[in-house]
Design a protein around this ligand. Structure first.
Ligand SMILES: Nc1ncnc2c1ncn2[C@@H]1O[C@H](COP(=O)(O)OP(=O)(O)OP(=O)(O)O)[C@@H](O)[C@H]1O
Length: 944
C-alpha cells in the first residue's frame, strides 16, 4: 500500500492555521483538538456514506455520527464493508458471511464470530487492495486498533465510486482525502476554472495580493468551516502591510503552508506505520490525475477529498508560481542585461472622465503583449506588440513603480540609470513620471517614489554605507537647456536673469518633493487642444548618489536620470502657428533625432548622431553608454489616437531591440580615493603658490579657482527653508541658459577662459556632470565589479561603448574628468566627514558657469594620469561630453562587438511621431516664450 494512499489532510485547515499563526503567532490554534475534530468529521463522512450505500436497515449498527468505538464495532463483522464493496464493484467479494448473530452484540474476542467476520474483513481487504484502494489491518477493527486507517480506506472507496460515477476509466489512483461533508458543515469547493494554474500563471507577478485573494476565492473560503473565514484572516494579515511587502508575505505564508502540510503528512505516515514521507510532488501528481478525470472542464463541484487536494495543489502552484515567475523574469532580465537591451514598459492611459463611452483601441493586453485594433487606414486588423511589460489602464502607480524598483537599488550600487517616458501628448507621461495634478501619496509617480525608495534603501544600508544624494532638474525647451532648480538672480546691469545653482543636495524625500514642485512649476507648459497641461519641453530630474563603504572605504557613485519627454504628435494633426509651431518643431526635431540615434544603435552603426539635438546629447550615455535604461512608452486608448498609438508602439518596439552594452558599476577603491585626495591637496598647494585662493577640500571654497560661479547669496534648500522660498520665488523668472552664458562670458575676461555659447554642452561643462560617463580608466575596476549586487540588473561585459576622449584629446583640461557623476569635490564640499556643509562659497561652486579656469593644470594632469588615469579628483565639475567631438567625427573610438548592421527598418522619421501642437489660435504665449525666443535668436546669431 502506497503511503500516500493512506493520507488524509485538509489543506483548508492547514492554510487557516498558518494564516492564524502568521497574524498572531501567540494565538496558534490547538492543533490537537483541530485534528481530533477533523478525524471525527471524516469518520462521520465515512459512516454516512456506508449507511447510504447499504441502507439504514442493513447499517442499523452503524450510527451516522459514530464514535471511534461505534465505528469499529459497526464494521467489525465486515458485512457492511463487503456489501458496500459489492455495490461499488459487483462481485468483488464472492461470498459475504452473514452472521447469525447481531455483530454489535458479539463481545470482543469471541472466537467463532471473530472467525466469521474475519473472513469478511479479509475478503474485503484483499478485494480493495487489488483495486488499489488503501487497506488497513484487520486488527484495526479490534479494540486498540487504528480506526483512522479504516476511515481512510472507506473514504478511498467512496472516492473510487465517485470516480466511476463520473465515467472514470483506466487505473484509478487514490488522491488523498479531505474534510468530510456533513449535514452540519457542508463544504463545497467550487472550482471556478478547470485550470487554475494556467489562470494564475497569466497573472501579473506584481499582483501578489490578488494572487493570495484568488487563492482564497478559488477555495470558496466563505464556506470553510473555520472559526475565522480565511478572507478575514487574509485581510487581517495584509491590512497593515505595504504593497511591496505583500509578495514576500505571500511567499512566506505559502511556504509555511507547504511545510505544515508536509509535517502533517509525515505525522500521518508515522501513525499509519508507513514511514515513507509523501512529497508534495506525489500528492499533486495524484491529485492532478484524479481531478482531470472528474472534471467536466467548466464547473466542477469538488467535495471532500478532491477539494482538499486541490487546495493543496493550489497553494503549491501559487507558491511555485511566484518563484517560477520571479525566476523567469530574473533570467529574462539577465539575458536582456547581458545584451544591454533597453527595457521597454508600455502603459495604457485610461479613458479620462467624460470619455468613458468610447471604444478602446486596445483589443487586449497581458504581461508583455498588447494588441491594437487598427482601422483600415492603418491596415485593418489586430496589431500586436511585445514589450518587457504592459500596464493596462487600471495599473496603479505603485504597480508601475514596483516593476522598476530594482533600478533604484542599482543606483545605490553604483550604476547609472535612465528612465524616460515617451508618448503622444496627453498619453500619461507626466502622470507616470510625476503623477496627476492633485498629487496624493498613492498617485505619486516614479520620480517621487524613486527618491523615496532611494532614501529608504540608503537608510537600511546605513550600517554599511554612507550615502549622499543631490538632485538636479533641467528642461530642454526649444533646444535650449534650462535649469529648473536654478536660483535666479536678476542682474541689475542688464536686466537678464542669471542662474545661480543647479544641483541641490537633499537628505529626505520631502526635500525632493519640495524641489520637484519647484521644478515642475518651472516647466514650460502651455495649453493645447489635446492636453491643457501639456508640457512643451523635455524635463529631466537627475539624482546623483555617492556611497562610501564604511568597511573598506570604496566609493560608489550612481546617477539616475528621470526624463519626461515632451509629447510626440504628428505635424499633420497640428494646427499650430507662431511660438507654438516653433515649439512643436523643436520637439519634433529632438524626437526625430532620438529616432535617428535609436536607429543607429539598433543597426550598430559606427556613427551615432547624438549631437543632432540637445535631447540626444542629454541621453547619450543612457542610450549608448553603460547605463541601465528603461523606457516607459505611453499610449492613449481613444480611436482617434490610433495612428499615434501605432507609430508610438512601433518606435518603442524598435527601442527594445537596441543593445546598449553592459552597465557598469562606478566604484573607486579606498586607495583611489586616497590618491585623489592627495592630488587635490597638491592642486590646492599649487593654486596657493600661484597666488590664487587655495581650494579647500572640505570648506567648499574652491570653485572659483576653476569653474567660476556667480556670487550667489543663498543656501541650499535642504539646509535653509528661507532660501528655498527664495528659490521658488526667483525661479519663476526663468532664463534660457544661452543668455546666461554670454553674460557670464562677458563679465569675466581676465583669466584664461573658454567662452562658449550656453548650450547643453556648456551647461554640462560647468555643472555637475550629465548622463554619467565613465572614462575608460575609471572603469577599469576589473573583478571588483563582480562584487556588486545590483538587484535584477546584472553586471555585464561592456559592448558598443563609446570611448570618452582621452585627457590628451580633451581640449579643456578643466573638463578632463569623466567619471560622469557628481564630482568628488561636490561630495567633499557638501558632505565632508559626513556633515552636510553648504557654505555660500560651496554653493557657488554648483552654480552654472560657462567658464572654466585652467590653471597650472599640466602638471596636475601628469599626476592624474599616473594615478587614477582619468578621474579628476576634485575641484572641477566633471564634464562628460568631452567625447562628443569624437562622436560627431564619426565615432572613431566606438567599440563594436558586432559592426554588422542589424536588420532594422528606418524607424527614425517614419516611426517617431512628429511632434506638433494642436493649439487653438490665440493661445497666450508661455511666460518667457517670446523673450526667450528673441534672445535665443540673438545668441544664435552671435554665435554665428
Ligand atoms: N494612468 C492614468 N490614470 C489616470 N489618469 C491618467 C493616467 N495617465 C494620464 N492620466 C491623465 O491624463 C491626462 C494627461 O496626462 P499627462 O499630462 O500625464 O500626459 P502627458 O503625456 O505628460 O502629456 P504631454 O506630453 O502633453 O505633457 C492628465 O489629466 C492625467 O492626470
Amino acid at each position: 500500500m502506497a503511503a500516500s494512499e493512506a493520507l488524509s489532510i485538509s489543506v483548508a485547515s492547514v492554510v487557516e492555521d498558518v494564516l492564524q499563526k502568521h497574524g498572531n503567532p501567540a494565538k496558534g490554534l490547538d492543533l490537537e483538538s483541530r485534528r481530533a475534530e477533523e478525524a471525527a468529521l471524516r469518520r462521520y463522512e465515512a459512516a454516512s456514506w456506508l449507511r447510504k450505500m447499504v441502507g439504514v436497515v442493513a447499517a442499523k449498527d452503524l450510527p451516522a455520527e459514530p464514535s471511534e468505538e461505534e465505528f469499529r464495532l459497526g464494521l467489525r463483522s465486515g458485512m457492511i464493508l463487503c456489501n458496500v464493496l459489492n455495490k461499488v464493484q459487483p462481485g468483488a467479494v464472492q461470498k459475504v458471511v452473514e452472521s447469525p448473530n447481531d455483530p454489535a452484540l458479539i463481545p470482543d474476542g469471541a472466537a467463532l464470530s471473530a472467525y466469521q467476520y474475519f473472513e469478511n474483513v479479509r475478503n474485503f481487504l484483499v478485494a480493495v487492495g487489488e483495486m488499489g484502494i488503501p487497506t488497513f489491518e484487520a486488527s484495526d477493527l479490534e479494540q486498540g486498533g487504528i480506526s483512522a486507517r479504516v476511515v481512510n480506506s472507506v473514504l478511498a472507496l467512496k472516492s473510487y465510486q465517485e470516480w466511476k460515477q463520473t465515467g472514470g476509466t483506466g487505473v484509478w489512483k487514490f488522491s488523498g482525502n479531505a474534510k468530510p461533508v456533513t449535514s452540519v458543515t457542508v463544504k463545497q469547493f467550487v472550482r471556478k476554472n478547470s485550470d487554475p494554474f494556467a489562470n494564475s500563471l497569466s497573472r501579473n507577478s506584481s499582483q501578489s495580493e490578488k494572487s493570495l485573494n484568488s487563492l482564497c476565492h478559488d477555495a470558496d473560503v466563505s464556506k470553510m468551516p473555520s472559526s475565522q473565514p480565511l478572507s478575514a484572516l487574509v485581510h487581517a494579515l495584509l491590512s497593515d502591510k505595504r504593497p511591496e511587502e505583500v509578495p514576500q508575505l505571500v511567499e512566506s505564508v505559502l511556504s509555511k503552508v507547504v511545510e505544515e502540510f508536509e509535517h502533517r503528512i509525515g505525522t500521518q505516515n508515522d501513525q499509519a506505520n508507513q514511514p515513507r514521507q509523501v512529497t508534495s510532488k506525489d500528492f499533486s501528481l495524484s491529485q492532478g490525475k484524479s481531478f482531470m478525470k472528474s472534471s467536466d472542464n467548466s464547473k466542477v463541484l469538488v467535495k471532500g477529498i478532491t477539494a482538499s487536494s486541490h487546495m493543496y495543489s493550489l497553494a503549491q502552484a501559487a507558491s511555485g508560481y511566484h518563484r517560477v515567475l520571479d525566476e523567469n523574469r530574473r533570467l529574462y532580465n539577465e539575458v536582456q542585461d547581458l545584451k544591454g537591451s533597453i527595457r521597454v514598459y508600455c502603459r495604457v492611459r485610461p479613458f479620462l472622465s467624460g470619455q468613458s463611452s468610447q471604444m478602446s483601441t486596445i483589443e487586449h493586453f497581458e504581461e508583455g503583449n498588447i494588441a491594437i485594433r487598427a482601422p483600415s487606414k492603418y491596415g485593418k486588423g489586430l496589431k500586436s506588440f511585445s514589450f518587457n511589460k504592459v500596464f493596462g489602464p487600471s495599473a496603479t502607480q505603485a504597480e508601475v513603480f514596483s516593476d522598476m524598483q530594482p533600478l533604484i537599488r542599482s543606483v545605490l550600487d553604483g550604476y547609472n540609470v535612465c528612465i524616460f517616458a515617451y508618448g503622444q501628448t496627453g498619453s500619461g507621461k507626466t502622470y507616470t513620471m510625476s503623477g496627476p495634478k492633485e498629487l496624493t501619496e498613492q498617485s505619486q509617480g516614479v520620480n517621487y517614489r524613486s527618491l523615496g525608495d532611494l532614501f529608504c534603501l540608503a537608510e537600511k544600508r546605513r550600517d554599511a554605507f554612507r550615502y549622499d544624494v543631490a538632485v538636479q532638474m533641467i528642461e530642454i525647451y526649444n533646444e535650449q537647456v534650462r535649469d529648473l532648480l536654478n536660483k535666479i538672480r536678476n542682474s541689475s546691469q542688464n536686466g537678464l536673469n542669471v542662474p545661480e545653482a543647479s544641483l541641490v543636495p537633499v537628505s529626505s524625500t520631502s526635500d525632493v518633493i519640495h524641489l520637484m514642485n519647484i521644478g515642475q512649476r518651472n516647466r514650460a507648459v502651455g495649453a493645447t487642444a489635446l492636453n491643457d497641461r501639456s508640457s512643451r519641453s523635455h524635463s529631466c530630474l537627475t539624482v546623483h548618489v555617492q556611497g562610501r563603504n564604511l568597511t573598506n572605504g570604496t566609493t560608489l557613485r550612481g546617477c539616475m536620470h528621470l526624463v519626461d519627454l515632451a509629447g510626440s504628435e504628428r505635424v499633420d494633426k497640428s494646427e499650430v502657428t507662431g511660438d507654438r509651431l516653433k515649439e512643436a518643431q523643436h520637439i519634433n526635431k529632438s524626437l526625430s533625432a532620438l529616432g535617428d540615434v535609436i536607429a543607429s544603435l539598433a543597426q550598430k552603426s559606427a556613427h551615432v548622431p547624438y549631437r543632432n539635438s540637445k535631447l540626444t546629447q542629454l541621453l547619450q550615455d543612457s542610450l549608448g553608454g553603460q547605463a541601465k535604461t528603461l523606457m516607459f512608452v505611453h499610449i492613449s486608448p481613444e480611436p482617434e489616437a490610433v495612428g499615434e498609438t501605432l507609430s508610438t508602439l512601433k518606435f518603442a518596439e524598435r527601442v527594445a531591440t537596441v543593445e546598449l552594452g553592459a552597465a557598469r558599476v562606478n566604484k573607486d577603491s579606498a586607495d583611489v580615493n586616497e590618491l585623489k585626495e592627495q592630488i587635490a591637496s597638491l592642486k590646492a598647494a599649487l593654486a596657493r603658490k600661484g597666488g590664487e585662493p587655495a581650494p579647500s577640500l572640505h570648506s567648499g571654497s574652491s570653485s572659483p579657482e576653476r569653474c567660476r560661479g556667480k556670487g550667489g547669496d543663498f543656501s541650499p534648500l535642504c539646509s535653509n527653508q528661507n532660501s528655498g522660498d527664495a528659490l521658488i520665488k526667483s525661479s519663476r523668472h526663468r532664463q534660457p541658459m544661452l543668455d546666461v552664458a554670454n553674460i557670464e562670458a562677458n563679465t569675466k575676461s581676465t583669466r584664461r577662459q573658454k567662452t562658449h555659447s550656453f548650450d547643453l554642452d556648456e551647461l554640462l561643462k560647468n555643472s555637475p556632470s550629465w548622463p554619467p560617463v565613465n572614462s575608460p580608466g575609471r572603469n577599469n575596476y576589473g573583478d571588483d565589479d563582480k562584487d556588486m549586487d545590483s538587484g535584477e540588473w546584472v553586471d555585464k561585459i561592456m559592448v558598443n561603448k563609446q570611448d570618452s576622449l582621452t585627457k590628451a584629446e580633451n581640449p579643456f583640461n578643466c573638463w578632463e574628468t569623466n567619471n560622469g557623476n557628481l564630482s568628488e569635490s561636490f561630495f567633499q564640499k557638501y558632505f565632508p566627514d559626513g556633515t552636510k556643509l553648504y557654505s555660500e562659497q560651496s554653493y557657488n561652486m554648483f552654480n552654472g558657469s560657462n567658464q572654466c579656469e585652467v590653471t597650472n593644470a599640466d602638471y596636475l594632469d601628469e599626476l592624474d594620469a599616473g594615478t587614477s588615469d582619468s578621474s579628476e579628483p576634485d575641484l572641477l565639475w566633471q564634464f562628460n561630453h568631452t567625447k562628443l567631438p569624437t562622436l560627431s567625427n564619426g565615432g572613431s573610438k566606438t567599440k563594436k562587438l558586432d559592426a554588422k548592421p542589424a536588420k532594422s527598418p528606418d524607424l527614425s522619421k517614419s516611426m517617431i511621431p512628429t511632434p506638433s501642437r494642436k493649439l487653438p489660435n490665440g493661445t497666450p504665449p508661455m511666460r518667457n516664450g517670446r523673450q526667450i525666443s528673441a534672445e535665443g535668436k540673438r545668441r544664435i546669431a552671435n554665435r554665428k
